[in-house]
Design a protein around this ligand. Structure first.
Ligand code: SAM
Length: 199
């Protein structure tokens, strides 16, 4: 995966095309249609904390982590501006020891940063360790069916790459291909919405 100093550089230079400042629609749809709000959630690669703050505002006990010190500082600022408490941790998800077990894992654009099959499997093993039995993981992943133009846009995975990495530990409940736009990214980008349950 990209190293911490490269992420810090992007945050320091405000090179954050993914940072819409709006909570993710797929997360809102999931939480608002869920029979019971999850007690504890972990936002992996939380960035500036938009989704962590939104989850905390729904009454969820949120832990949010990021490998970038600058991202964690920005997420802390957002939490205090919104008057919510999240546990914020600066760490590498691939190597961290779980500080608890969660009902829900959420990542928007972190799993897809893994490089190669072995790293994807490590990420999935870590996801399973962080979840309670039967817990859920919602992941937003760049979709390889849309070809990258000159290396622009997010990293992308194919459905096969996702399934072969996650299926040993997770049951895939839905895998949907979705076109997304945002004020910072007006050109539609194709993403996967992948909802999984720990086996
Ligand atoms: C594309 S950004 C998405 C940020 C945020 N989820 C959002 O939607 O705005 C990916 C984030 O994952 C973080 N990240 C990358 N590798 C990581 C790792 N191994 N452990 C924790 N965070 C990581 C980066 O620092 C960055 O903030």
């Amino acid at each position: 995966m990209t190293e911490q100093k490269e992420w810090d550089k992007r945050y320091n230079e405000d090179d954050l095309p993914w940072d819409s400042g709006m909570p993710e629609t797929a997360l809102i749809n999931m939480i608002t249609s869920w029979p019971k709000t999850p007690n504890k959630a972990l936002d992996i690669g939380c960035g500036t904390g938009t989704n962590a703050v939104w989850l905390a505002e729904q009454g969820v006990e949120v832990t949010a982590m990021d490998i970038s010190e600058k991202a964690v500082a920005l997420a802390e600022k957002r939490c205090s501006e919104h008057g919510v408490l999240c546990r914020l941790i600066k760490t590498d998800f691939l190597t961290c020891t779980p500080a608890g077990q969660y009902d829900l894992l959420f990542d928007r654009g972190c799993f897809h940063c893994t490089e190669g099959e072995e790293e994807r499997r490590s990420f999935v093993r870590q996801a399973a360790i962080h979840l309670k039995p039967g817990g859920f993981w919602l992941s937003l992943i760049g979709n390889k069916d849309q070809m990258s133009q000159e290396g622009k846009g997010p990293p992308r995975l194919s459905a096969t790459e996702i399934c072969s990495a996650v299926e040993p530990a997770f049951e895939i409940l839905s895998l949907e291909s979705v076109l997304k736009t945002s004020p910072k990214q007006p050109q539609p980008l194709r993403f996967w919405h992948c909802l999984m349950r720990k086996r």
